[in-house]
Design a protein around this ligand. Structure first.
Ligand code: ZN
Length: 149
């Protein structure tokens, strides 16, 4: 699996250096904030939902390379998807990292399956899932900040 590990590191480094959709939206229709006290990652996710479509999605915050790469890949993969597709991806991503016997991760959009490598580093799993918890809170319109604890 050396090839996958190299790809995993390369993708994370690339998204950490050049995070996609790392900005504020002009007119977000939903937003949420998340915090991972284990690592100190803080993230805010903003959405522009039109009808049933995620017209735009962006994030801001500070955190480790894993949390930033996960947020960057999440926004890149889900922009333009429907709310239902986003909810399915949230569940697939969670299952990929936390289920004992995860289903095939290749169902995830974009290159998100690469983050399956985070399973090898259990202390980093909350870093990777934080943006997704935050997105779910934004989609559900919850006002209070989410925490991974
Ligand atoms: Zn972290």
């Amino acid at each position: 699996m050396a090839g996958l590990r190299e790809l995993y590191q390369e993708v994370i480094l690339d998204h950490n250096r050049k995070p996609r959709n790392f900005r504020r939206l002009g007119a977000p229709t939903a937003a949420a904030e998340g915090y991972n006290p284990l690592c100190g990652d803080r993230i805010s996710v903003e959405l522009e939902v039109e009808g049933d479509t995620l017209r735009d999605i962006a994030f801001q915050g500070s955190g480790c390379a894993i949390s930033k790469a996960s947020a960057s890949m999440m926004t890149a993969a889900l922009k333009g998807k429907t709310v239902g597709e986003a909810a399915a991806a949230i569940e697939q991503f969670r299952a990929m990292l936390t289920d004992e016997r995860p289903a095939d991760a290749s169902a995830l959009p974009g290159r998100l399956a690469v983050l399956e490598g985070v399973r090898e580093f259990p202390i980093r799993i909350k870093c990777a899932t934080l943006p997704w918890h935050t997105l779910r809170a934004a989609l559900q319109g919850r006002g209070e900040p989410v925490t991974t604890e």
